[in-house]
Write a protein that binds this ligand. Structure first.
Ligand SMILES: Nc1ncnc2c1ncn2[C@@H]1O[C@H](COP(=O)(O)OP(=O)(O)OP(=O)(O)O)[C@@H](O)[C@H]1O
Ligand SMILES: [Mg+2]
Length: 249
């Protein structure tokens, strides 16, 4: 995909960033699931939240997106109006599709956010083209394959042109071809100036995307580094083992 040819306006600033988290805990009952997370999400290339199964990646994304609240510590966006509709979006590992057509799924969010009808139609068309879903535009979204649903979920979120897009394991259930199609889309989204924050347990995927790595293990943030530094010289024993493929949980 030729990024310079994308029919999407380039976003050259994300005023809601940075997002600063200081000593954030997330606890359910007496169990501390995330402990003392401190990190900053800044504008720029993708941040990858990396870690084995159960590390706390999904919870960390939900905290950032405001779906759950810290039980201790602070989480602060640069702009107080960070929760205005459309400024940040999240795509879940198993996206929920509305019981409507593919095109209507994309259009729905735009209508909710009061994008005028002519612009809506234009954006839906652009998104269908960019995500390779033109031929499926009239099909019921619920019958799509996992890979197609993931592309639709990305189209739906991208249509909002958010400043920040959170993606939870966007390729976890996909085959290699669908994975590379979705990765290409994510690269295009990032290239239009949206800040991408993506979770994965896939080391190679992290190498392909990340500008910044947040390495989580058992609910603790062991590293928050520029990706090059992380891959060259991880500081924690757990990350070193993970990079060798020797850390399972
Ligand atoms: N509502 C909940 N109640 C109790 N425990 C929970 C709850 N949600 C998550 N957990 C626990 O918190 C830990 C982190 O969960 P999370 O889903 O964030 O992990 P993850 O890194 O996304 O894992 P995966 O790679 O498998 O998706 C896990 O041990 C999980 O069992
Ligand atoms: Mg998860």
């Amino acid at each position: 995909m030729l990024v310079s040819a994308l029919p999407i306006p380039f976003r050259n600033s994300c005023p809601i960033l940075p997002l600063t988290c200081v000593e954030v805990d997330y606890q359910i009952g007496t169990t501390v699931l995330l402990e003392a997370l401190s990190f900053t999400l800044s504008a720029g290339g993708p941040t990858v939240i990396l870690g084995p199964n159960g590390a706390g990646k999904t919870l960390a994304l939900k905290l950032c997106h405001g779906l759950i609240n810290p039980t201790r510590g602070t989480l602060r966006w640069s702009d107080a109006a960070h929760d205005m509709p459309g400024r940040q979006a999240m795509v879940f590992q198993r996206p929920v599709m509305l019981r409507r057509s593919v095109a209507a799924n994309i259009e729905y969010g735009l209508a909710v956010h009061k994008v005028p009808a002519p612009q809506r139609a234009e954006r839906v068309k652009t998104m269908l083209e960019l995500t390779g879903l033109v031929a499926l535009a009239g099909r019921s979204a619920r019958v799509l394959s996992s890979g197609e649903q993931q592309r639709l979920a990305l189209a739906r979120a991208w249509a909002m042109q958010p400043e920040v897009l959170f993606l939870d394991e966007p390729t976890a259930n996909l085959d290699p071809a669908a994975t590379s199609a979705v990765e290409e889309l994510i690269i295009a989204i990032a290239a239009t100036g949206t800040k991408v924050v993506l979770s994965t347990h896939d080391l190679q995927q992290a190498r392909r995307f990340a500008a910044q790595i947040l390495f989580l293990h058992r609910g603790r943030l062991l590293e928050s580094s520029a990706a090059d530094d992380f891959f060259k010289q991880p500081r924690s024993a757990a990350a070193t083992a993970f990079l060798r493929g020797e850390l399972w949980w």
